[in-house]
Design a protein around this ligand. Structure first.
Ligand SMILES: [Fe+2]
Length: 528
């Protein structure tokens, strides 16, 4: 099969990649501010049609797939009959595409049609836009570009181009309705599977898009990133809970006695990747970075620790904030993480429709970069750089090489990390000892995205692929890098080299942080 482009059709661009989560399309952070109803201007929630139980709506329960033992994703299914006889890369792509689709179905079947059409926050698209956009991008890239086919609905391209329409404007577009969107999604997938079955995905193949099934993996990641975005929409949505998942396991016995910080000895390490098949352009190429000795928090900053910052007047004292951060705190009226409310002397939070006391031992969530940066300064520390974070997560001092993940090269398992929407919250700090890095740091992967101090910049030797709109147009000081993924991130879109980026004001994403400090004299631990 050749990757033929229909005559007269320009090569497509992926109209959003990582930035489906991150790119707010110039929306302002109107949900900022503690306790404010983030969707107060949204159409009324359709709670009447939704189960008022504290668990799951009937529709969600009906569509939730059964979990495959040993998989980190509850949406992974048994091997599809279509996988029989496929080359390894194609079979991996099929599994990733099917896992993503089960999660998409779960997130969109869990709510009523009215809820699918509604805009729950001006920061977010209506869920039905995400649904059809997933299919439209799949049509563009897998059916037309990879398959050389004419496509199904080129007339829809402009409606679902993220660059053409800011999220706030999307409800006014003549979008496909829920039933039409679902039909479109299914029709595209039917052709995708035909294309995949015929594709030459030999890792050594001549077509960069097809080699190793890259473009199929890219679209699986794209769909999972939209699923993460839709999960954020669910969190912003008002009304009774409709999603369900078991609680994470309790913290292991040694969590309470872990050292506060771990030492990462100075010296060079390999950052980024040149051989991870589905790594995106901004993760490439691998290169050596010399990182001076530093100390990193063993676990992410907890709600209890963050409450100390609040109680100490951290939000009222400009000495902890950058000038831009202080201006934002005042303009947006920030006094606590998003979704928190005062409850006497303590705090409650709203989490996917549940109002509950803020758990002391969980990593703090829904804080912006400015808040993370201010907390770190108040604590006498700083945010880690992106290179520090990756070195702590990947560098193996015993071998000198960088691992795919903190625990090694094996794909994530349930014992390693809180990923894949397996749970609808972070696990207690100190969890997942089997996922610890050589440095001893835990939970670098999963639980919460971690803000770093770094701007989103290209690596030396960066080459845009497939197109500059994927990453290149976002490089620069406007965005800060986040690392490690969160509980709502699927493993296909999370690895030790994966880079997320967002505005420093962004709070509705599933982001927390940990802090670092440079080693003092005598603490060098230098491995050079
Ligand atoms: Fe997208």
């Amino acid at each position: 099969m050749s990757r033929r482009r229909p005559p007269g059709r320009a090569q497509p661009r992926l109209t959003c990649g990582r930035h489906v989560v991150t790119n707010p399309h110039r929306a302002t952070d109107s949900t900022a501010g503690n306790g404010a109803s983030p969707a107060s201007s949204a159409p009324s929630a359709t709670s009447a049609a939704i189960s008022t139980s504290e668990t799951t709506s009937p529709s969600a329960a009906a569509s939730a797939p059964s979990e495959v033992p040993g998989s980190v994703s509850p949406f992974a299914g048994p091997s599809s009959p279509a996988a029989a006889g496929l080359p390894a890369a194609s079979a991996r792509a099929l599994a990733a595409l099917e896992t993503a689709r089960r999660r998409t179905a779960y997130l969109t079947d869990a709510v009523t049609e009215e809820d699918l059409i509604a805009q729950h926050s001006r920061l977010m698209s209506p869920l039905v836009w995400d649904l059809a956009h997933i299919a439209n991008q799949e049509e563009l890239w897998l059916v037309r570009e990879a398959g050389g086919r004419p496509g199904l609905r080129p007339d829809l391209d402009h409606l679902y181009d993220a660059f053409q329409h800011p999220r706030a404007d999307r409800p006014a577009l003549p979008l496909l309705g829920p039933a039409q969107a679902r039909e479109y999604v299914a029709a595209v997938r039917e052709q995708t599977l035909e294309v995949l079955a015929a594709a030459d995905t030999d890792p050594a193949g001549p077509e960069p898009l097809l080699a190793g099934a890259f473009v199929f993996g890219m679209l699986a990641q794209h769909e999972q990133q939209h699923d993460e975005t839709m999960l954020a929409t669910h969190q912003l949505r008002l009304g009774a809970p409709v999603l369900d998942a078991p609680a994470p396991p309790p913290a292991p016995a040694d969590a309470a006695t872990l050292p506060r910080e771990v030492l990462v000895p100075g010296g060079p390490f390999v950052m980024g990747t040149s051989d991870e098949p589905w790594a995106l352009d901004n993760e490439r190429p691998q290169h050596s970075v010399d990182v001076p000795t530093f100390w990193l928090d063993t676990v992410p900053v907890t709600n209890a620790a963050y409450q100390e910052f609040i109680a100490a007047g951290g939000y009222r004292d400009p000495q902890w904030w950058t000038p831009q951060g202080w201006r934002h705190v005042q303009d947006a009226g920030l006094v606590a993480p998003l979704f928190w409310s005062r409850d006497g002397a303590g705090w409650t939070r709203r989490r996917f429709g549940h109002v509950e006391p803020v758990p002391a031992d969980e990593p703090v969530l829904h804080v912006c970069w400015y808040e993370a940066d201010a907390y770190a300064r108040w604590a006498g520390r700083r945010l880690p750089t992106e290179a520090e974070w990756e070195k702590a997560a990947r560098h193996d001092p015993a071998t000198g090489r960088s691992r795919r993940y903190p625990w090694g090269d094996a794909d994530p398992g349930p014992e390693h990390a809180n990923l894949g929407q397996r749970h609808l919250r972070p696990a207690p700090a100190g969890s997942y000892p089997a996922g610890a890095a050589p440095s001893g740091a835990r939970q670098l992967i999963g639980d919460v995205w971690e803000w770093t101090s770094s701007d989103f910049d290209p690596y030396p030797g960066f080459t845009a692929f497939p197109y500059k709109e994927y990453s290149e147009v976002f490089f620069g000081p406007e965005y800060k890098v986040l690392r490690g993924g969160a509980f709502g991130v699927d493993p296909v879109a999370c690895r030790g080299t994966f880079r997320n980026w967002d505005y420093p004001i962004r709070r509705q994403i599933f982001a927390g942080f940990r802090t670092a400090r440079s080693a003092a004299p005598g603490e060098d631990g230098d491995a050079r």
